[in-house]
Design a binder for this molecule. Structure first.
Ligand code: GDP
Length: 447
């Protein structure tokens, strides 16, 4: 942490400018060695014009920003060099920096330093990464919420609540003669535990939703030939407000198209199956159909409103019955011949402009996507951290069971302390090196 690090913070490629970021105690002193500007005389948070020089050779014409500790992202001295974009120029400047007393930053190291120096907590660090990776408007909104600390505040409140219970237990044990101090009855404790449990439930649930928002919902459109699968797919593509070209975090081989609809990303899987003209179940086989169904978060099972239910339809209904699915009764513009009475059924057609609106509404409803408009959407994006929260929920269950079995309240203190401790780990009040390494390794270099 005492050394000075540097990395190219913009994407390395041809562009108008590239930014190289340098952070560390000696950042200003070291960069000063390769420029004609006297950076040591510059005020904090100022930009200067000058050159990057290798002895007498001019390497690039640049703008250099000086930001002095502690009012910086890492709370260390930071120098940012705006070079001309272009691989050779940017790399040459970086090489020159690395010849000084500066080393190349590891992925996520700037953010790691921001965390270690107390500038941001763990959840905010993750929000930084999420903000970089977001693919749609809704994910951006929730990531920026977390960067503002909404989840951290929720978890802090929970910890305070637990601490209050612990204090109460301690006082009751140590000073039983203090009658004016409220005795924590089992009933009161149970009530408190239920509210804590509900908050944890919401946190876990929201975290799942946020994962779907960030990575997209894997959707399979299945149905027998001619029910309108490709027409639906094409119509959805038309609706797409921003084409998703790259979908990290999803298994590329199964995802064939990523669509952004109303701020949510749908990863359509196995579109080849959609385009089959022959019997889908026979052609690709029951096993393959099962596989596709298995891989998806959501099935759109398309039926034809204008035809009676067939054996193939029944087969597909059976195969997908345990998955989250929407029964899409298509061709609603034609005479109704299909009788079906199943949950999550919507009527669509690909003829009218609004023909698919009910389908889109249903998808949002199933994933509670509308609730994330609210400002108090708190969530955790790191899967290991979510697991920790799930464990704390199990501990609460154990405490509740203990109370049912008349175990004295003070015996349950240790479980409560553990929950308090775990919640602290989630926001990073306590952490291990291993945890940090795992967390920051997924960041890009330069962040
Ligand atoms: P797929 O084999 O399931 O992919 O079905 P297609 O999308 O190729 O559609 C089969 C036929 O149904 C085509 O002639 C479409 O134009 C027609 N079709 C699709 N959706 C609708 C709809 O909502 N209403 C009507 N009337 N025809 C539709």
């Amino acid at each position: 942490m005492n050394d000075t690090i540097a990395a190219i913070s913009t994407t390395l490629g041809v562009g108008a400018i590239s930014i190289i970021r340098v952070s560390g105690k000696d950042a200003i002193k070291e960069v000063n060695k390769i420029t004609n500007i006297d950076l040591t005389k510059k005020e904090s948070h100022t930009i200067s014009y000058g050159y990057i020089k290798n002895n007498n050779e001019i390497i690039d014409e640049v703008l250099i920003t000086i930001m002095k500790a502690p009012k910086t992202f890492t709370k260390e001295n930071i120098v940012e060099i705006n070079c001309h974009g272009g691989i050779a120029t940017t790399k040459k400047t970086l090489e020159l920096l690395l010849e000084q007393n500066i080393r190349l930053a590891e992925p996520g190291e700037f953010t790691k330093r921001a965390f270690l120096n107390g500038r941001i907590d763990l959840i905010e660090s993750e929000a930084v990464m999420n903000l970089i990776n977001v693919k749609n408007e809704k994910s951006r909104k929730i990531a920026i919420n977390n960067l503002k600390g909404s989840t951290t505040n929720q978890i802090k409140k929970l910890r305070e609540k637990i601490l209050k219970i612990l204090t109460n237990i301690e006082v009751n044990i140590d000073y039983p003669e203090y009658h004016d101090i409220e005795v924590l009855t089992i009933e009161k404790l149970k009530k408190e535990l239920i509210t804590i449990e509900q908050s944890l439930d919401k946190l876990i649930e929201n975290s799942k939703v946020s994962k779907l928002l960030t990575n997209g919902i894997n959707v399979a459109i299945i149905g027998r030939p001619n029910v309108g699968k490709s027409s639906i797919l094409n119509k959805l593509i038309e609706e797409d407000k921003a084409i998703v070209t790259d979908i990290p975090g999803t298994t590329r081989d199964i995802v064939e198209a990523g669509l952004n609809i109303d701020g949510i990303t749908l990863n359509l899987i196995d579109t080849a199956g959609i385009r089959e003209t022959e019997d889908i179940v026979e052609k690709i086989g029951v096993e393959k159909s099962k596989e596709i169904i298995e891989k998806s978060d959501l099935i759109l099972l398309v039926l034809n409103n204008n035809e009676k239910l067939t054996k193939e339809d029944e087969k597909l209904l059976e195969l997908s019955k345990n998955k989250l699915r929407i029964i899409v009764v298509n061709k609603s513009d034609l005479d109704k011949k299909l009788e079906i009475n199943l949950p999550n059924t919507v009527y669509t057609n690909t003829i009218d402009d609004e023909g698919l609106s009910k389908l889109i509404e249903k998808i949002k409803e199933l994933f509670n996507l509308d609730q994330i408009e609210t400002d108090d959407f708190y969530y955790i994006s790191n899967i290991n951290q979510v697991k920790k929260i799930e464990n704390t929920k199990n501990s609460i269950k154990d405490i509740k069971e203990g109370l049912e079995n008349n175990i004295p309240i003070d015996m349950l203190e240790i479980d409560l302390k553990n929950i308090w401790q775990t919640l602290g780990e989630v926001i990073g009040e306590t952490y291990t090196e291993e945890l940090l390494d795992n967390l920051f390794k997924d960041f890009c270099v330069g962040k």
